[in-house]
Design a protein around this ligand. Structure first.
Ligand SMILES: *Cc1c(COP(=O)(O)O)cnc(C)c1O
Length: 469
């Protein structure tokens, strides 16, 4: 069985199933496998040419031992990705001789988060059936997680979902994708605050043992290990398509909560030969600053044209910290406590160098992002339209690619139609919504509005109708 431990070292050893349902460990830490499982090189080589669900099942199986067999994962992955609007599921598009775009926006809500969440909803359902339990999924979103999670969970048995988004800080398409889903097991809350406030509220409610047990809270944020494991699959899939066993492939990843790029690191730990992993941030550049200086210090959240990355506390960073500190949970807990108090800590030069050995990073501001959308639009006669998140990655890739040998893959994390205002402002073209979302602006919306107050959210959840068993 694959065993999981908490980054803060004070939770018990857990199975994949327990980690899937719990999300956050009871000591406030994040789960990681006790030791990294490996995929043998022959196994990786055999995946060359495999379809996307097959790759997903092979990549996830080492992390689900004792809970899900590879064949069961494969059946669930086939179902999860059947609705994606591209036969390759995650197609690669060549931009120039050494740069590729990995298009991760063909899922039902037009962002990469569909990859993990479509699968997670099915994993949850299986596990809850086995255990005869019900759950309340509670999550914070900067826009795309919420829509992908709601879409994946709506109408499923044994679970309901409550999603908090920062009022007025998500795009209208993002908000409507959440608030127009008509299902009895879905509730939306607009919180008067930032994404970080929403995330803090979720953390506070998870840290309340009584409420957590009473509601059987489950998390679907990128702190949930199963999401990270599911996302590792597209790194393997893309690298193998580019001959990644012979020439290590590098990735440039638009980053907020450090989940997606960390999944690239997981693929590397699993055995995928990997070149550089580049962290691309917008003006909310806590990670780019950390990589430059060794100081992890929260700034004030600045609203940008790439709202899903408007984050100053990158939750998954704690997983990297645990690894940098050689699995010393007590030291992780100490640093995170200091961060909670002082909003900053500095790593030793040796630890900083180790982090720099694993990740590169830089930030791109709003102007550079818009210029990148316009540049690719002009250079390709309008055939490549980047969404603003992907454009942050494109701007950073342009700056850092000199230091990268071999192929570089830029993750296209959202469809441009999800952020039509920013795209139109940058290049004059308003990308149309795909046909399955064409009536989005005509559908009625449903959501509550609350202050950034844990008691208010707790009361709201308690007043919801019971979850059907
Ligand atoms: C969530 C999101 C990101 C950031 O991903 P993290 O896992 O938080 O680093 C980037 N782009 C888009 C479009 C997103 O939805």
């Amino acid at each position: 069985m694959t065993v999981y431990v908490s980054t803060r070292g004070r939770a018990g050893r857990r199975s994949f199933e327990e980690v899937l349902l719990a999300g956050l460990a009871e000591d406030g830490g994040l789960f990681l496998p006790e030791s990294w499982p490996r995929l043998a090189e022959a196994r990786l080589a055999a995946l060359d040419g495999a379809d996307y669900p097959t790759t997903t099942a092979a990549v996830m199986a080492p992390f689900t031992r004792g809970c899900f067999e590879e064949a069961e994962l494969l059946a669930l992955a086939r179902e999860a990705y059947a609705g994606f609007a591209h036969p390759a599921t995650a197609p690669l598009r060549q931009l120039d001789p050494s740069l590729w775009l990995l298009e991760l926006f063909f899922g039902p809500t037009l962002a990469f988060k569909d990859f993990a969440l479509q699968l997670l909803a099915r994993l949850f359902e299986r596990v809850l059936e086995r255990r005869g339990e019900t759950i309340t999924i509670l999550g914070a979103t900067s826009g795309d997680t919420g829509s992908a999670a709601i879409r994946a969970i709506a109408g499923r048995a044994r679970m309901r979902i409550v999603i908090l988004h920062p009022a007025g800080r998500v795009s209208e398409v993002q908000r409507r994708q959440m608030t127009t889903i008509e299902a009895a097991n879905v509730a939306n809350l607009a919180i008067e605050g930032t994404f970080d406030d929403c995330q803090d509220l979720v953390k506070a409610l998870f840290a309340d043992p009584e409420f957590r047990a009473e509601q059987k809270l489950a998390a679907i944020n990128s702190i949930n290990w199963a999401r990270i494991a599911a996302q590792a699959a597209y790194y393997v899939y893309a690298a193998l398509r580019l001959g990644g066993l012979e020439r290590p492939v590098s990735f440039c990843v638009p980053t907020g909560n450090f989940g997606d790029v960390y999944a690239g690191h997981v693929a590397r730990r699993l055995g995928l030969p990997t070149g550089r992993l580049i962290v691309a941030t917008n003006e909310n550049d806590i990670l780019a600053r950390f990589l430059a200086t060794g100081t992890y210090a929260a700034g004030t959240v600045v609203p940008t044209s790439s709202p899903s990355m408007d984050i100053q506390v990158a939750s998954n960073f704690e997983r990297l910290l645990f690894e940098l500190l050689d699995g010393d949970g007590a030291r992780v807990a100490e640093l995170m406590a200091r961060f909670a108090r002082e909003r900053a800590f500095t790593l030793s030069p040796a630890l900083h160098a180790r982090a720099r050995g694993l990740f590169d990073g830089a930030a791109a501001d709003r102007a550079a992002t818009a210029a990148e959308i316009a540049r690719w639009h002009a250079a390709t006669a309008g055939t490549v339209l980047l969404d603003p998140h992907t454009a942050v990655g494109a701007a950073v890739a342009r700056r850092l690619r000199g230091g990268v040998a071999g192929p570089l893959v830029l993750l296209a994390t959202a469809h441009p139609a999800k952020f039509p205002d920013a795209v139109e402002a940058a290049c004059g073209v308003r990308p149309p919504l795909p046909s399955h979302l064409a009536d989005l602006f005509d559908r009625p919306e449903r959501f509550g509005v609350l202050p950034a107050d844990a008691n208010a959210v707790r009361d709201f959840v308690r007043r919801l109708p019971a979850v059907p068993g």
